[in-house]
Write a protein that binds this ligand. Sequence first.
Ligand SMILES: [Zn+2]
Length: 92
Amino acid sequence: MKLWPRRPEPAPTRPRANPTRIAVLEHDLLGIKPEPGTAAALAIGLRRLGTCFEHQPVETTTLGDPQPTGLCTRCGAAMLLDEHGHWRVAEA
Ligand SMILES: [Zn+2]
């Protein structure tokens, strides 16, 4: 049995973070736009198109908002409540 030199043990493999998920979170939390043509750009673009069959808005209105605002709990799209009481996707 050879005691020296000892071989360094291989580093434990850690689960890798999903780069697309990171890019989407950077967009949502920090406002960083993903590079065009990437999966993250596609995911955010599809979100804006409305990938929901039917949006499920929750109201997120704060005192400073001029009109009631909300977020879709399914796709995360920003939504506005119009004067007729219908939610629509807010344009960026
Ligand atoms: Zn939605």
